[in-house]
Design a protein around this ligand. Structure first.
Ligand code: CTP
Length: 415
């Protein structure tokens, strides 16, 4: 595969030398285009030596080869890392002042940006609007990782690890090639997987909400396992106690209604949808615009609840309406009661929801929610035997993702 690797002017440029290595060791032909600023961090000689190709960012070098048109045209994939706030802005507004921005405008294949910058710059409304614009045009912009930044500060803004960028790039290009030292099994290589995680919050007034105990740990572990299996991951995060893994396309949501909108949108071209979020079944019927105050001598207010839509069920209905070959996975949190045990309730739920797989866990105070270990049974809507998985949430996630891979090829053999 021909890859153009654009390098932005940030300190993380040094990590991109390892990314370049992963690409070349996997047999890809890489042309590196560093910005002027990037060469202040890592010199042209390094890029030339590691890629085995000449390196320039000028539209006036080798003019007879028409590089500003040819490179973008011929590239099977363009990866920009680190994508600085400046580069994201230039790409979003279609500027063409140097060879890299020209190449981005001429792109014929998929384009992936791996941002790195200070947290304030990443969270600035201008940068977020640029990211939104690029994503709406079909460009993949990874979420930065969280952690120590250049100075003493820390927060979201670190470049995702080269292995994570490599996996996301290969998934985007639909290639199953893994890095020489890579470990992903590739069962989801080239697949788009949407995963919801965390607990929704249903507003009562501007300061209060009804929530649940979900920590989002299992959903985050599923996203990491799907990335490791080669998928492009759209991560719909409701309230979470942990950071989403670096390398996902992140959409933050708050309420069930917001999650519904994000899930229906993300599902349109997804191969797999996994609803791991704890979605509130009910929301307050009235949401006060102002803080609800206690008034001496008056009764406490009564909160009336109304039903939220069942997102999982709606996803299944829409999938059938479109005749789509999409695998839909639900999660069931069950306690068991006088009417039936956990498995009886789960089997009924699998039928009711109509999904392809249902991952069932037993809940209760201090059990599953917020814990680091989990134990589940995976039920199939297509007649396969139930399968148990236990261990850390990462172990359970790996088992679920593995099962998703097998079920995908079993249920839709032609895909
Ligand atoms: N779910 C959903 N939309 C809802 C409620 C739940 O998409 N409004 C999804 C969850 O993400 C999960 C599955 O449905 O994948 C099961 O959720 P759970 O709360 O366990 O089941 P319920 O449908 O709420 O059934 P019950 O109230 O009988 O437990």
């Amino acid at each position: 595969m021909r890859i153009v690797l654009g390098v932005g002017g940030g300190i993380a440029a040094y990590k991109v030398a390892s990314l370049l290595r992963l690409f070349t060791e996997a047999g890809h032909k890489v042309t590196v285009i560093p910005t002027e600023a990037a060469t202040r961090f890592v010199g042209v000689a390094t890029w030339e030596a590691l890629s085995g190709n000449p390196v320039s960012n000028s539209v006036f070098d080798d003019v007879e080869k028409v590089n500003h048109v040819r490179l973008g045209h011929e590239a099977d994939l363009i990866v920009v890392a680190p994508a600085t706030a400046d580069l994201l802005a230039k790409a979003a507004t279609g500027q063409a002042g140097d060879l890299l921005t020209n190449t981005l405008l001429m792109a014929h294949g998929p384009v992936l940006f791996a941002p790195a910058m200070h947290t304030e710059m990443w969270q600035h409304a201008a940068t977020q609007a640029n990211v939104e614009t690029l994503r709406s045009r079909g460009v993949t912009v990874l979420e930065p990782a969280s952690g120590r930044l250049t100075g003493s500060d820390s927060g979201p803004g670190r470049l995702p690890e080269p292995e994570a960028i490599f996996a996301a790039a290969m998934a985007l290009a639909g290639s199953e090639t893994s890095p020489a030292q890579g470990s992903h099994s590739g069962v989801l290589a080239g697949r788009i997987v949407t995963i919801s995680a965390g607990g929704t919050r249903e507003a009562l007034d501007p300061v209060r909400f009804l929530g649940n105990r979900s920590s989002g740990k299992q959903g985050a572990a599923l996203a990491a396992a799907a990335l490791a299996a080669g998928a492009t991951v759209r991560f719909l995060a409701a309230h979470m106690d942990v950071e989403p893994p670096a390398g996902v396309e992140l959409v933050r949501v708050e309420s069930a209604l917001e999650l519904r909108e994000a899930a229906l949108k993300a599902a349109v071209d997804s191969d797999v949808v996994i609803m791991a979020a704890a979605v509130a079944d009910f929301r307050p019927a009235e949401v006060s615009d102002t803080k609800i105050k206690k008034v001496d001598g008056e009764d406490a207010p009564v909160v009336r609840l109304i039903r939220n839509p069942d997102i999982l069920h709606e996803l299944v209905e829409r999938r059938h309406a479109d005749g789509g070959q999409q695998l839909i996975v639900g999660f069931a949190a069950e306690t068991g009661d006088a009417q039936g045990d956990v498995l009886e309730h789960a089997t009924a739920k699998l039928k009711r929801k109509g999904c392809d797989l249902l991952v069932v866990n037993q809940v209760g105070v201090g059990r599953v929610f917020g814990q680091d270990d989990n134990s589940v049974v995976i039920l199939s809507g297509h007649g396969a035997d139930p399968e148990s998985a236990a261990g850390s949430k990462a172990d359970v996630a790996a088992a679920v993702i593995d099962r998703v891979g097998t079920e995908l090829t079993r249920v839709f053999p032609a895909v």
